[in-house]
Design a protein around this ligand. Structure first.
Ligand SMILES: *Cc1c(COP(=O)(O)O)cnc(C)c1O
Length: 389
C-alpha cells in the first residue's frame, strides 16, 4: 500500500467492537485482569495504552521500522534514546543541530559522563577524525539541519558507522516519513519531534522513536517504560488525526516553500537562501537521491541585520513565532530564539548570525505569503533608509 493510503487510514480498522473509523481515546490508566495470571494485553498505561499503541504501530510502519514509541515531546524521545549510553560514552553529532538537543547533550548528558563532538556529518573524514576507538557509540544526524539546511548522505554515514559497530540515529523531524525514511537507508533509530510536521497544526506536543531490530527495540522499550515520559491518550489521538493529512500538507508546504525561495533569490534585500530544493544548494543531489522531496522550511539572510526588527514588525499574515512544521506560516529568528543556547562561536562558525531568518512555510495561498513578505521588506527598507531604525 502507498504511504498516502496508510496515512489516511491510521487507526481506521483497529477498533473491532463498534467499528469506529476514528480510533477511540482510551482515557484509562488501569485495565482489569480477567483472572490471576491473565491480561487483556493492557495493564497500566505507562507501559501500554490502546490509543497510544495504534499510533505507535502506525509510525513503526510508516518509517519501515520494527517498533514505534510515542513520548510526551521530541526532547523526551531524545532523552530516552540517550539513556542507551553510559558514563564514558561518546557521540558524534551534526554540527548545525536543533538547539534543544545541543542543550540536552551539553547541560544534562555531560553531567552523566556522556560526551558529544559536533561535526559536519556529511564529511566522512570529519567523522573519522573525531572517532574514539572504544568510547564512540553512535552518530546522531539531523538532515537537513535547521536552520542552515545542511544535508547529510544518510546511507554513507550508516555504512561508515556499521563498519565501526556504531548506532546511527536520525532526527527525521524536518522531512517526516512521507519524504524520507532513514531506516530504509541503514539507520538504527529514527526520532521525531511530532510537534512539527506529523502533528502539523501547532496544537500538540509529542515525540516519536522508531527502532530497527528486536534487541534494540526491547532496549528502547525498557527505557521508555522505566523513564515514563510517554504520550497521553488524548494527545495520541490528536497526533493521529493530524497525521492522516500529512501527505497533502507536505506537498503544499514544499510547493509554497519552493515558490517563495525562488522569489527571495531575486529580491535585492536578500543575500542568501538556504534550501536544498534549489539546484544551487550544495546538498541538492544528495537530497534528491535519499528523499522524495523537500521540507517546507528554509532559511535566508537579509542584507543588513537592522532590517530584521522592522521586517518582523510589519508582517501581517506570517507570524513571528518559534516553531515549525504547522499549517500556519511562522518566521523565526534563530540567533535569539531557537539557537540562543548554542555558544556564539559555534553559531558563527556555521553561519547562524544576526542576518539569518528561518521560514516555516505554511499551507496558505502562496500569493498571500509573497505579498506579505514583499510589503514587509519594502517597509523595513524605507524605515532603514529614513533612519528610523
Ligand atoms: C522541535 C525539535 C525537537 C524537539 O522537539 P519538542 O517536541 O519541541 O520537544 C527536536 N529536534 C528537532 C529537529 C526539532 O525541530
Amino acid at each position: 500500500m502507498k504511504i498516502e493510503s496508510k496515512l489516511a487510514q491510521i487507526g481506521s480498522v483497529s477498533e473491532p467492537v463498534t467499528g469506529a473509523v476514528s480510533f477511540p481515546i482510551y482515557q484509562a490508566t488501569a485495565f482489569r485482569h480477567p483472572k490471576l495470571g491473565q491480561s487483556t494485553g493492557f495493564d497500566y498505561s505507562r507501559t501500554k495504552n490502546p490509543t497510544r499503541s495504534v499510533l505507535e504501530e502506525a509510525i513503526a510502519e510508516l518509517e519501515s521500522g520494527d517498533r514505534g514509541f510515542a513520548l510526551s515531546s521530541g526532547m523526551a524521545a531524545l532523552q530516552t534514546v540517550f539513556a542507551l549510553f553510559s558514563q564514558g560514552d561518546h557521540l558524534i553529532v551534526s554540527v548545525d543541530l536543533y538547539g534543544g538537543t545541543y542543550r540536552l547533550l551539553e547541560k544534562v548528558m555531560s553531567r552523566f559522563g556522556v560526551q558529544a563532538t559536533y561535526v559536519d556529518t556529511n564529511d566522512l573524514s570529519e567523522l573519522e577524525s573525531v572517532y574514539r576507538l572504544g568510547s564512540t557509540k553512535a552518530v546522531l544526524i539531523e538532515t537537513p539541519t535547521n536552520p542552515l539546511m545542511m544535508v547529510t548522505d544518510i546511507a554513507a554515514v550508516c555504512q561508515w558507522a556499521k563498519e565501526k559497530e556504531l548506532l546511527t540515529i536520525v532526527d527525521n523531524t524536518l522531512l517526516s516519513p512521507f519524504l524520507q525514511r532513514p531506516l530504509e537507508l541503514g539507520a538504527d533509530i529514527v526520532v521525531h519531534s511530532a510537534t512539527k510536521y506529523l502533528g502539523g497544526h501547532n496544537d500538540v506536543l509529542a515525540g516519536l522513536i522508531v527502532t530497527k531490530g528486536t534487541e534494540l527495540s526491547e532496549k528502547i522499550f525498557f527505557l521508555y517504560n522505566s523513564i515514563g515520559a510517554v504520550l497521553g491518550p488524548q494527545d495520541s489521538w490528536l497526533l493521529m488525526r493530524g497525521m492522516k493529512t500529512l501527505a497533502l500538507r507536505m506537498e503544499r508546504h514544499e510547493y509554497n516553500a519552493t515558490c517563495i525561495a525562488n522569489w527571495l533569490l531575486e529580491h535585492p534585500l536578500i543575500t542568501d537562501v538556504y534550501y536544498p530544493a534549489l539546484a544551487s544548494h550544495p546538498g541538492y543531489e544528495i537530497q534528491k537521491k535519499q528523499s522524495r522531496g523537500n521540507t517546507g522550511i528554509f532559511s535566508f539572510k537579509v542584507s543588513d541585520a537592522r532590517l530584521v526588527e522592522p521586517l518582523l514588525r510589519h508582517l501581517e499574515l506570517i507570524a513571528f513565532a518559534e516553531s515549525l512544521g504547522g499549517v500556519e506560516s511562522l518566521l523565526t529568528y534563530p540567533a535569539v530564539q531557537t539557537h540562543a543556547d548554542i555558544p556564539v562561536e559555534i553559531r558563527e562558525r556555521v553561519g547562524v548570525d544576526d542576518r539569518l531568518l528561518r521560514f516555516s512555510v505554511g499551507i496558505e495561498h502562496v500569493d498571500d505569503l509573497i505579498a506579505d513578505l514583499s510589503r514587509a521588506l519594502d517597509m523595513a527598507q524605507s524605515e532603514l533608509a529614513g533612519g528610523t531604525v
